[in-house]
Design a protein around this ligand. Structure first.
Ligand SMILES: [Zn+2]
Length: 358
């Protein structure tokens, strides 16, 4: 038994009633959004007159094209180049880059070494801090801002996420003996596609690994063998309940608070259906789930009682999950506690991560 299994299986069952009204939902953003401002030393100068500006800027843009994230001029002060680039004197550096004599003369008067922000701002709050050092360029990313200030969800979306948080807690306590539980949701309807709890078997049978397999069952796949009984679909049904273990399904059906929850997944589309539904206009932001129908966990949200370990977080990358919501941090969690897997740029898929906060 490895550490991951211990965390996934043997956390004590939650006993107190949780109050979902008190929950918040916090986006777990990569460190790029939170880091302190890094500064760099640069050579700057003050021009004698504004008449020199046009020629100076034109030549600098062509021959020393630095500082894309900064304004090059502030009053009569001009950023020349990073101080680290200058190996001997400024004059020699400018000659090396074939700066004309007139401009060189203008740039070598009233020279100062100053500190300016080393990289661009991702959020307005960073931009405001950076601008105190030197005027910056800033292209606000409305979506990133909304993640930061929590305005990305509508009231009804937020209410649904909180219901899923409460359901995780209830399913773990009432059905799964306090084990980690996961719910996969198609957010378009929204509808519960699959539910899973951690297995008792081998060390890799974490809740997420089961959940991914149960989603695959809803697409007529699924590789793992177990004695779990699944809901059987009625003939000619338009959606499938086959990703739902019977025990969870029965619990949801008998719980009055869950009667209005939609259950089931869209059936996998045949190839000709996929071609028909493909939009004529290419939209890079089009949701692949809408375009092509269910494939792995593309476009799906996953709710987890506990922050997933590295193995499970990676499985969710491979499954193309859209968003992950979790309730409790784990000692070996790979989304905020030990690591931020979703912030690794080299990965070929990135999901968003949210934590329910009390
Ligand atoms: Zn795991």
């Amino acid at each position: 038994m490895d550490n991951n299994e211990i965390k996934d299986n043997l956390c004590p069952p939650a006993t107190k009633k949780i109050k979902i009204d008190n929950f918040g939902i916090k986006a777990i953003l990569s460190d790029d959004y939170k880091k302190d401002i890094e500064l760099m030393q640069v050579h700057s100068c003050q021009l004698e007159s504004k008449q020199q500006l046009q020629a100076v800027i034109k030549e600098l843009a062509l021959k020393l094209p630095h500082f894309q994230h900064l304004k090059r001029v502030h009053d009569r002060n001009v950023l020349i180049c990073p101080s680290d680039d200058i190996k001997e004197t400024l004059e020699q550096h400018l000659k090396l880059h074939q700066i004309s004599d007139n401009v060189l003369k203008a740039l070598c008067r009233n020279v100062n070494v100053i500190e300016v922000p080393a990289s661009s701002a991702k959020l307005r709050v960073q931009y405001e801090k950076m601008s105190k050092f030197w005027p910056c360029k800033f292209h606000p990313d409305k979506y990133a801002e909304s993640l930061q200030n929590g305005s990305n969800f509508t009231d009804s979306q937020r209410a649904y996420h909180k219901r899923m948080a409460e359901l995780l807690w209830k399913l773990s306590k009432d059905v799964s003996k306090g084990q980690n539980v996961g719910i996969c949701v198609d957010p378009r309807r929204p509808s519960i596609v699959a539910i899973a709890a951690a297995g008792d078997g081998s060390s890799h049978q974490h809740c997420v690994m089961w959940l991914v397999d149960h989603v695959a069952r809803s697409q007529r796949g699924g590789a793992w063998q177990s004695d779990v009984e699944f809901v059987k679909d009625e003939p000619h049904t338009k959606s499938t309940l086959s990703g739902l273990p019977q025990i969870f399904y029965d619990y949801l059906k008998q719980d009055a608070a869950c009667q209005d929850l939609s259950l089931g997944a869209e059936l996998p589309r045949r190839e000709e259906q996929q071609q028909q539904s493909e939009p004529v206009v290419e939209d890079i932001h089009a949701d692949n789930l809408c375009k092509y129908g269910p494939y792995l966990c593309t476009g799906y949200d996953v709710y987890l009682l506990r922050e997933p370990c590295l193995m499970c977080s990676m499985a969710l990358v491979h499954s193309r999950v859209k968003r992950i919501f979790f309730l409790e941090q784990s000692e070996n969690g790979a989304l905020t506690s030990k690591f931020q897997l979703h912030a690794v740029k080299e990965l070929n898929h990135h999901y968003e991560v949210f934590q329910f906060t009390m």
